[in-house]
Design a protein around this ligand. Structure first.
Ligand code: NAG
Ligand code: NAG
Ligand code: NAG
Ligand code: NAG
Length: 382
């Protein structure tokens, strides 16, 4: 017989039903009904007892020695401890687009700069970056997107340890390159503390120490995207009228791929569903979509938030389709001083001589001279 204790009423009814038997002999009553009645009353009491137990359950639990501490806010604000996940881009971008609408943070919030490395394989200049980041934990986060077949294997004492994100094949000039950049942004957006997002390649170097870099970016009112409206064949010449009305030719912009954006712009890039289909469909080779998609989109949506200059120095003076790549013999004191000085730009609407925080393109052979010159010229690594 199954004990139905879920409802106290059930037990009571069955007891009443039994009690309401038609007239029967006293013996029968004594022999059969009374024990049944007793059983019914027993069930009722048992049922009441159990009901009381249920009501009392939370109180009982509260007195139990702490089995599991109730989750606090930490649960919702901790960045993912493992950057690897199995989310599709669609799932990742959706999750990354969550925004808290209450502007005042109810906890101590230290903004971080997300350094997003887009590379096919190794990071040959990583020892220089290690020295740059050392001692500044809590104010930066690192993300590395590689070719999917390449696994970075830094040891646990490295700032790059376990900082690789799930990656896919990306090709220069193709939409897959923009996809990789959006993937980096989306993974970095999962950390609520990331406030600035800088895209770097394996050939980039820092030009200042971390503190200067950090303050410069965190305090900047503008994001560093170097917009150009180039009327020639490599600028407006790449525009396709099919992109209208979302994109008109006077809105068509070009910029270096190596952007720096704040959280608002990072979100607008990740959530974009307006311009993406147009660029994917109508900016085919030789349009070089990675030079046009983000600059054009950001110009249309948020021109007033852009510094209209790049934060990453590069040398186009040699001419040709690609900027200069420097090797070990190029990296001298005079060379670095040339990059560091003699510039004028606007920073938060004030003239400034500090115009670039990063530089490219540096071959692996530059590592040794850079490590040697960094303490005196770049201000870190001593
Ligand atoms: C990474 O792996 C390669 C070979 O798989 C090995 O030669 C190299 O020492 C490893 N590097 C680190 C930092 O573990
Ligand atoms: C950077 O600034 C922090 C505090 O603002 C300070 O503790 C640290 O020593 C500085 N690091 C360098 C390399 O200047
Ligand atoms: C950059 O250019 C846009 C217009 O193209 C302008 O609205 C914005 O203020 C400029 N940024 C700065 C820092 O001057
Ligand atoms: C930068 O501006 C200052 C003052 O506005 C001027 O004296 C200096 O020559 C300029 N430097 C360069 C490299 O243009």
């Amino acid at each position: 017989m199954q004990l139905r204790v879920s409802s106290y009423e059930d037990v009571k009814e069955s007891a009443q039903a039994r009690a309401a038997q038609p007239r029967a002999s006293r013996r029968l009553l004594l022999k059969v009904l009374l024990p049944l009645l007793a059983l019914g009353v027993g069930f009722s009491v048992f049922g009441m007892y159990l009901t009381r137990l249920q009501v009392a359950a939370p109180v009982v639990a509260a007195f139990r020695p702490c089995v599991e501490k109730p989750a606090g806010l930490e649960r919702w604000i901790q960045p993912p401890s493992d950057l690897m996940h199995s989310m599709s881009d669609e799932e990742l971008f959706w999750r990354a687009s969550w925004v808290p609408l209450v502007k005042k943070y109810p906890f101590k919030w230290v903004p971080k700069v997300a350094f997003m490395f887009l590379t096919r394989g190794p990071l040959p200049l990583s020892p220089l970056w290690e020295r740059f980041f050392r001692g500044n934990e809590g104010r930066y986060s690192i993300y590395v997107h590689t070719h999917p077949s390449y696994k970075i294997n830094f040891t646990s004492d490295s700032v790059f340890f376990k900082r690789q994100i799930p990656s896919k094949v990306s090709e220069w000039g193709q939409m897959s390159m923009c996809d990789a950049e959006r993937r980096l942004l989306a993974n970095a957006l999962l950390d609520l503390s990331n406030e600035r997002f800088v895209l770097l390649s394996e050939s980039c170097i820092p030009l200042s120490n971390f503190n200067i870099t950090y303050q410069y970016l965190i305090r900047s009112r503008y994001s560093f995207v170097g917009l150009i409206d180039d009327p020639g064949p490599y600028g407006r010449g790449r525009y396709n009228p099919n992109m209208a009305p979302e994109v008109n030719i006077d809105q068509w912009r070009k910029a270096s791929q190596w952007f720096e954006v704040n959280r608002k712009l990072a979100l607008s890039i990740v959530k974009d569903a307006t311009y993406y289909p147009k660029f994917k469909r109508f900016c085919k080779p030789h349009c070089y979509v990675d030079e046009h998609y983000f600059p054009t989109m950001l110009f249309i949506e948020s021109a007033n938030l852009l510094a209209n200059r790049s934060i990453t120095w590069v040398d186009w003076s040699r001419g040709g389709a690609h900027p200069a790549t420097f090797g070990g013999v190029d990296v001298t004191e005079a060379f670095l001083k040339k990059i560091l000085g003699g510039q004028n730009c606007s920073y938060n609407n004030q003239p400034s001589s500090l115009c670039h925080l990063f530089a490219r393109k540096f071959a692996p052979s530059t590592l040794e001279p850079l490590l040697q010159l960094a303490p005196t010229l770049l201000g870190f690594g001593s």
